[in-house]
Every structure is written in structure tokens, then in C-alpha cells.
Design a protein around this ligand. Structure first.
Ligand code: BTN
Length: 244
């Protein structure tokens, strides 16, 4: 990954650029920007992208059925968590795609897919890491629940070293995803999960499910055991932890 790099000082969104150029650039191309004016978050939210962060998108061409696309988000979360841990923080993954340190969000992942009928044509993996973002720059509504590597480590992180390590780990996990059974990735994901074992409320477009997160399925869905003892499989949604 990262053999081709497209760099901008400032751009609307690296995910948008990556989508625009995906058919002209090879798999593993990285689009990276110092700041984004219209960084996109999940479920239509805005992703604040001030200087000091690491805002990038990778172009992937995995030729997998569309229904397997959510797996890529888990693969990416695992890779980011593993890489960040090597820089000295206790990074854990909150289903489906946040990486947390001490319960606060340090990284968000936005996967966007372009599919022809049922097969993935290309996929854009957008990753935002609050590396050396200043705490005072966070928007009021996310300040409490966010953190940066700099804040956690007490000193700035070397972004070049971190990007190199991230690209390496993302490529390793992607190769594993393509060549091994997904259950191998799931078990490693679970070992670094912040979500499994917790009481959660998951909101999907059609319903709200409350219960205990007990596992992740082969498709990347969260398994929740509800109070009346049914098991729900949730492929996409917003997950909140119950207040303790
Ligand atoms: C989330 O809501 O948690 C996902 C945030 C994803 C942000 C990254 S930053 C690089 C890439 N470009 C975007 O516009 N969004 C993603």
C-alpha cells in the first residue's frame, strides 16, 4: 500500500478524491491531505479534519461480493488498533469502526463502496486519526468523547513513522483477509475489542436493539443477546454503550 501517493495541503475530502480517481489508479493508492474542508463521517456526519491529524483514503479493488464489504471495516479497525498499540497506547476497537484509547475516540473509519450489481468494483477506505490534533480544536459536541495520540502520550507522535507503520499493517491484514479464513481475523478483532461483553444500544434504520454484545459473525455483524434471550445480528448501525 502507498506505492502511489496523492497528496494535498487542503482538500474537501480524501474519500471523494479517491472515488473520483479509483478507476485510473492501482489498488493500494493513498490519497492524503493535511486538512479537509468537508471531511465526511459515518451516517452523514461531518468529520473535523484540522492540522496535525492523519486524514487519508486507500483505493482497494478486492473483487468480493458486496455482502462481504462490511468485513473490510473490521479489517481496517484491527490494523489501525495494532499499529497504534506499537506507538505505546492501549488502542481498542469499538464495533463497527471506531478505535478508542481509554474509552475515547482517536480514529474513525468510513468505507465507501462502488459496486456493479453484486460485485465490488472498488472500495474506498477512509481513515481519520487524531494524531497531533490539538484538544482545543475539537468541536464542542465531540470534545468530551474524543482524544488524540498527543494527548494520550503527552508528546506529539511522529506522523511519518506512524503512516509507514499503518500502511504496512493495513496491507498485512488485507492480505490475510484475502488469503485466510475470516474467522482468524474475527478472533484477533475480538481480542482487541472494546465492545464485546458490554451492554449496548444499537440503532439501525429499522430498529433499536438493546442487550449484551456477545460476538461478531463471519459477515462482520455484531451479535447482541437481548433481555428476552434472542440473538440479533446487526450488520450496520450506531452502537452506544449503556451508562454504568
Ligand atoms: C467516522 O464517522 O467515524 C468516520 C470518519 C472517517 C474520516 C476519514 S478522514 C479521511 C477520509 N476522508 C473523509 O472525508 N472521511 C474519511
Amino acid at each position: 500500500f502507498g506505492r502511489e501517493i496523492v497528496y494535498y495541503d487542503e482538500i474537501e475530502s480524501t474519500n471523494s478524491i479517491a472515488k473520483d480517481i479509483a478507476n485510473r489508479y492501482p489498488e493500494g493508492t493513498m490519497v492524503i491531505a493535511e486538512t479537509q474542508k468537508k471531511g465526511r463521517g459515518r451516517l452523514g456526519s461531518e468529520w473535523q479534519s484540522t492540522p496535525g491529524g492523519i486524514w487519508f483514503s486507500l483505493i482497494l479493488k478486492p473483487s468480493i461480493p458486496l455482502e462481504y464489504a462490511p468485513r473490510i471495516t473490521l479489517v481496517a479497525g484491527l490494523a489501525v488498533a495494532k499499529s497504534l498499540r506499537r506507538f505505546g497506547v492501549d488502542a481498542r476497537i469499538k464495533w463497527p469502526n471506531d478505535v478508542l484509547i481509554n474509552g475515547k475516540k482517536v480514529c474513525g473509519i468510513l468505507t465507501e463502496v462502488d459496486a456493479e450489481v453484486e460485485k465490488v468494483d472498488y472500495l474506498v477506505l477512509g481513515i481519520g486519526i487524531n494524531a497531533n490534533v490539538r484538544m482545543k480544536d475539537f468541536r464542542e459536541d465531540v470534545k468530551e468523547s474524543s482524544t488524540s495520540l498527543e494527548a494520550e502520550l503527552g508528546k506529539p507522535v511522529n506522523r511519518i513513522e506512524l503512516i509507514k507503520d499503518l500502511l504496512y499493517e493495513l496491507e498485512q491484514q488485507y492480505i490475510k483477509f484475502k488469503t485466510q479464513q475470516f474467522s482468524n481475523i474475527v478472533s484477533e478483532w475480538i481480542s482487541l475489542s472494546d465492545t464485546i461483553g458490554k451492554e449496548v444500544t444499537v440503532t439501525t434504520p429499522v430498529k433499536i436493539i438493546e442487550g449484551k454484545a456477545v460476538g461478531v459473525t463471519d459477515k462482520g455483524a455484531l451479535l447482541v443477546k437481548t433481555r428476552n434471550n434472542t440473538r440479533e445480528e446487526i450488520i450496520a448501525g450506531r452502537c452506544r454503550y449503556a451508562k454504568t
